[in-house]
Design a protein around this ligand. Structure first.
Ligand SMILES: *Cc1c(COP(=O)(O)O)cnc(C)c1O
Length: 359
């Protein structure tokens, strides 16, 4: 059997579909090519004839889909001669920016909301050596500051308002189509700034125009109820949710997201924090897949819409799991206080008792 060709990241794989030249050197950590896992136990629980896949983006190099956008944004920043990048972040963008800046040998400045960033993400930004500015304000305030500073200092913005970010992120749709040999009927994602849902729609639409697929999915975006501007029809002033990655009140891809919702025939909906955490736990417990809270909004929302019949039987559904569960260990442990953990003496009989009482 021939060896598989060495995978060197999504820019090298999809160069012809990306705004790079043959000679653009990619700044890559081997992002993309993530598993598309077919769920086995949850469809059975639902009692419906349904095919659900999860695209496990938490297995990217820094543990979220942000790496897909960041490889493009940093590659282009370096190509254009930039020596510093800046972003506002709820956590994962700062982790990715810091890592790719380290790889490229340039400086990353990150603005994060004080006290509202998951532990793993903060650890990453620190380890990769970013200059971290904790602001006394939320993501939306940080985003405004980043836009304002761009005219004042020689730094490249790598938030999703940077068009190269969405270009990189659209490759997730390419991978899904290639693996399924078709587009799914429904694609469900958590929505914060709505950059990722926009990027996926771009990817599906491009493959449809190129004649690689004959259809595109209905795009379904799920928000946290305390942070759901698409459900309110207007920005939310003080967004709150346990799913800190989507704690965003003023989405940067507002118009694009409304346009693709109409074009694809999809919809937006919201989940309570309790529903989000229940879905996160269920996915880990029943399928062995651990995602962060924000990511679970996709599967939690999809399950609700399957139960109600809004997503009909016979459908093929892809849910994007945007980030890795290890990003936010505090929330995970907190919601598992009633976990099946016992403290016992270090002796054989105690272990035997513990086993028998759990069989
Ligand atoms: C960034 C992020 C989102 C939201 O993506 P948008 O493009 O802002 O809609 C969702 N989940 C996780 C884990 C993220 O890091």
């Amino acid at each position: 059997m021939p060896f598989r060709e060495r995978y060197t990241g999504l820019i090298n794989r999809y160069r012809e579909y990306l705004p790079v030249s043959d000679s653009t050197p990619s700044v890559s950590l081997g992002e993309g090519d993530t598993p598309l896992i077919r769920l086995q136990n949850i469809p059975r629980l639902l009692g419906k004839d349904i095919d659900i896949y999860v695209k496990y983006e938490g297995l990217n190099p820094t543990g979220s889909f942000k790496d897909r956008g960041m490889t493009m944004a940093v590659t282009k920043a370096v190509e254009e001669g930039s020596t510093a990048i800046i972003c506002a972040s709820t956590g994962n963008t700062s982790a990715a920016a810091a890592a790719y800046a380290a790889r490229a040998g340039i400086t990353a400045f990150v603005l994060i909301p004080e006290g509202k960033i998951a532990m793993g993400k903060l650890a990453q930004a620190m380890m990769y050596g970013a200059v971290i500015m904790q602001i006394r304000g939320n993501f939306d305030a940080g985003m405004q500051l980043v836009k304002d500073i761009a005219g004042e200092a020689p730094v490249t913005i790598v938030n999703s308002v940077n068009p190269y970010r969405l270009q990189g992120q659209k490759t997730a749709a390419f991978e899904i189509v290639e693996e399924l040999n078709r587009a799914p009927d429904f694609h469900c994602l958590p929505v914060g700034n709505a950059g990722n849902i926009t990027a996926h729609w771009m990817g599906y639409s491009e493959y449809q125009r190129a004649g690689i697929v004959s259809s595109a999915p209905k795009m379904v975006g799920y928000q946290a109820a305390g942070s759901a501007p698409f459900l309110r029809g207007a920005p939310v002033e003080n967004p709150e949710t346990v799913a800190t990655a989507i704690r965003i009140g003023n989405p940067q891809s507002w118009d694009k997201a409304w346009a693709l919702q109409k074009e694809s025939g999809g919809w937006f909906d919201e989940l309570s924090d309790a529903e989000i955490l229940d879905a996160q736990k269920l996915l880990a417990e029943k399928e062995g897949v651990f995602c962060e809270p924000a990511s679970a909004a996709s599967i939690g929302g999809a399950m609700r819409d399957i139960r109600s019949g809004k997503i009909p039987e016979g459908s093929t559904i892809v849910c994007t799991l945007t980030g890795n569960g290890l990003k936010d260990p505090d929330t995970a442990i907190e919601q598992c206080q009633a976990a099946r953990m016992v403290t016992i003496d270090a002796e054989l009989n105690a272990v035997k008792q513990a086993i028998l009482s759990h069989m």
